[in-house]
Design a protein around this ligand. Structure first.
Ligand SMILES: [Zn+2]
Length: 454
């Protein structure tokens, strides 16, 4: 019976895969990741958003001392919730409150205020490996007025949905032994200028942390568009910058020489989230958006991009402006406000699964190959790609060489190589190349783009 079920399931996977790419894809799901994905609980996520809404108003200027209302009570709740998962984590999970002071009379906040980021850390098992993966969401919120710190502001989707994603990840992945450290950052200060993220990004830069990926989840639970009434819970957007915010003159020269404007570190991370997300989550298409963020609006990934880290933003494909930054009310038959009834929890579950699969796969993977180079000299229709074995951390079993045509958005061909070089009958003029490290179970690192030239 079990065998029959498995083969039917595999057939479904192949069918799903063929919708997502031109070629047929063999879907190899790691049992540990697949089990973790299936552990995501909609009822847990509903209860969490319900509790967050219960704090009435989580504005950065709201009460820090009221035990039941305001941003202080919300921070304490998140801290305790993460702490409740510590006993089952076999010593991997810890949680801390990171305070920072921002604002003043001339600022958007209007006065100085000390805010708190709640940081959950799942310590990697390999002491020689200093890699860190960060997943972000913000728990502060607002209603129709940016500085209204008392009137009802539920913030169920913005960003209760992102917080629900992080909290389920804290519960589930703290039970998994991974060589790489994962940090789940429950941030404040977002609505007044990304202050919480700015503080953490500056800290990561100052302490020279090996932060290999930053994934920001901000509004991942609304599936219904205002005005057009479009309804979609099968597509999720991943925003990533085209040209790195930190590009130097030298980086610019190399980018232009290689025509690598579609291959920033953040874009490689976005492609990774797409491939891994679609591998593990049924009926979810991960749509890359070639922008850092939406017009006129920002998110907590941006301070990390500005410090030179690979950072992306996950966001629902349909936004509802009647429900974002609005007072809860009804006018002309339209319900305004960011309330829990409007959340599509099945969509939150799938988007959480995409995050979880991408993060765990990356945290189980070997270190990215070093010095990946494309030999650009000489007139030849073969391309020579070379790289070095990573100098530390979990070592690769093999490498994947990724190939795509210059007009294609995603990698099209994947070749497994055990050596540290490969000569392929693909002209360097017509293709882009990258290399990933892979272990014996198929967990692959981020892709290192093969730059040509000196
Ligand atoms: Zn937000």
């Amino acid at each position: 019976m079990k065998t029959i079920f498995t083969s039917i399931f595999s057939a479904i996977l192949l069918l799903t895969a063929s919708f997502h790419s031109e070629a047929q894809v063999i879907m190899n799901r790691d049992a540990v990741i697949a089990e973790a994905v299936s552990a995501i609980s909609v009822s847990h996520q509903k209860a969490l958003v319900h509790d967050l809404v219960g704090f009435h108003n989580r504005n950065n200027l709201s009460s820090q001392t009221d035990p039941n209302k305001g941003i202080g009570a919300a921070a304490e709740y998140l801290y305790r919730k993460v702490a409740s998962y510590i006993p089952e984590s076999e010593g991997r999970l810890s949680v801390e409150k990171v305070y920072y002071t921002v604002g003043g009379p001339q600022s958007r906040l209007g006065r100085e205020v000390t805010l708190c980021n709640v940081i959950a850390t799942i310590q990697g098992s390999d002491k020689t490996d200093n890699r860190v993966i960060a997943v972000l969401a913000h728990y502060d919120n607002r209603n129709g007025e940016g500085n209204d710190s008392t009137a009802y502001a539920p913030g169920a989707n913005d960003d209760g949905s992102g917080i629900a994603c992080l909290m389920e990840m804290a519960r589930i992945i703290s039970k998994i032994k991974m060589p790489v450290t994962v940090q789940l950052m429950f941030l404040s200060g977002e609505e007044h200028g990304l202050f919480g993220a700015e503080h953490m990004a500056a800290l990561a830069k100052k302490e020279n942390r090996n932060l290999i990926a930053v994934i920001n989840n901000d509004m991942i639970g609304n599936s219904n568009a205002s005005e057009t009434n479009t309804q979609t819970n099968t597509i999720i957007r991943v925003f990533s910058e085209n040209i790195p915010a930190v590009e130097t003159d030298e980086m610019r020269r190399i980018r232009i020489y290689n025509s690598a404007e579609n291959d920033s570190y953040s874009r490689q991370l976005a492609r990774y989230v797409k491939e891994t997300g679609e591998r593990y989550v049924d009926n979810l298409l991960v749509k890359l958006i070639y922008r850092n963020d939406r017009f006129g609006r920002g998110g907590d990934h941006t301070p990390f991009s500005k410090q030179g880290f690979a950072a992306v933003r996950i966001c629902e494909v349909n936004e509802n402006y009647d429900r974002t930054h609005q007072y809860v009310r009804e006018e002309n038959g339209i319900k305004y406000g960011d309330e829990i009834w409007a959340i599509d929890f099945e969509y939150v579950r799938k988007n959480t699964a995409m995050n979880l699969a991408s993060v765990v796969n990356m945290a189980l993977a070997p270190v990215i190959p070093e010095n990946v180079k494309l030999s650009a000299s000489g007139l030849t229709n073969y391309s020579l790609i070379t790289w070095d074995i990573p100098g530390k951390g979990k070592q690769p079993d093999a490498y994947y060489v990724l190939i795509r045509e210059t007009d294609q958005p995603n990698w099209q061909i994947k070749i497994r190589v055990t050596d540290t070089q490969v000569k392929l009958p693909f002209s360097k003029d017509n293709y882009f190349f990258a290399v990933q490290s892979v272990d014996s179970q198929g967990h692959e690192s981020l892709a290192a783009f093969a730059y040509g030239g000196r």
